[in-house]
Write a protein that binds this ligand. Structure first.
Ligand code: R5P
Length: 281
């Protein structure tokens, strides 16, 4: 078995290969004069694992070419960060279901697909092959425990992220809650943790994705005003679009960590052990 990857997922792919004890395959890349991408996967094996996050359109093109280059090999595709996954419904006429379009295109030529904390696991139905979504919530919990934080309150910014937050908190039996919005009047809403007060607590807000940081920045300012001693953040996919990282720091978040599904300076949480375990199953 060989592990190959697209350009922006080199570090995570190397870690997956190391966990599997499998060699990394070489992929040559260059550009045609008109800017189109040329790739060549060298020394392909009968069984190939492609590891490719999709943070941008260029990565999608590169992955499509790589899948086609693997024709004749038994291909398992690992998509640690699945871009275009948040447009998962047609909200207005004339819109695509973006995740469906991408999923269909990626399903030709692969036998199995593994995603990591995809935004809405229900969208796996759009892949035309056997697919599975894994959660690295336990790895986030492990990272936080190793960081030495004392008795934190793990907080989801909304009800939708609560299952993820429980997964982060459970191994260490930490308190866990989610923020809740109560409408007081036509003009006034109150946002606070549903069950547990934050006064005097070290709060860690956890989410699957931090994109613009808007969700977490609002939450952080509120929590500080409600008496939290410290507010930090941890997520799986650090997209940090439009200055998202700096927005969070400006909002008083003391520490931000993400996983290596998107390779960032703050990628201190490792997805490779969970991916390797899923691949071995
Ligand atoms: C929403 O359902 C997701 O779990 C994240 O909360 C959201 O995508 C974060 O986006 P942003 O960082 O732009 O607020």
């Amino acid at each position: 078995m060989k592990v190959i990857c697209t350009e922006k997922t080199q570090i995570l792919a190397s870690r997956v290969a190391e966990k599997l004890g499998a060699p990394l395959g070489e992929v040559k890349r260059s550009r045609f004069p008109d800017g189109e991408l040329y790739i060549r996967a060298l020394d392909l094996d009968g069984e190939t694992v492609i590891v490719s996050s999709l943070p941008d359109a260029g990565s999608i093109i590169e992955l499509l070419l790589l899948i086609d280059a693997c024709e004749g090999s038994d291909v398992t595709l690992v998509i640690p960060y699945m871009g275009y996954a948040r447009q998962d419904k047609r909200f207005n006429t004339g819109e695509p279901i973006s995740i469906r379009a991408i999923a269909k295109a990626l399903s030709t030529g692969v036998n199995r697909i593994i995603t990591v904390n995809i935004h809405e696991p229900e969208v796996l139905k759009y892949f035309g092959v056997r697919s599975e979504n894994i959660s690295i919530a336990p790895a986030v919990g492990e990272y936080l425990a190793d960081s030495g934080i004392q008795n934190p309150l793990i907080l989801a910014p909304d009800d939708g992220a609560w299952v993820f937050a429980k997964g982060v908190a459970s191994a260490n039996s930490w308190d866990c809650d989610h923020l809740d919005k109560t409408r007081i009047s036509g003009e006034e809403v109150r946002i606070e943790p549903k069950h547990i007060g934050v006064e005097g607590r070290n709060v860690v807000i956890v989410d699957d994705i931090i994109s613009t940081g808007g969700t977490l920045a609002t939450a952080a300012m509120l929590l500080r005003s409600q008496g939290a001693v410290s507010v930090s953040a941890a997520c799986v996919h650090g997209v940090f679009s439009g200055g998202g990282y700096t927005r969070l720091i400006s909002a008083g978040i003391s520490d931000i960590s993400s996983s290596d599904t998107i390779e960032r300076g703050c990628s201190r949480i490792f997805a490779a052990p969970s991916i390797a375990e899923a691949l071995r199953r």
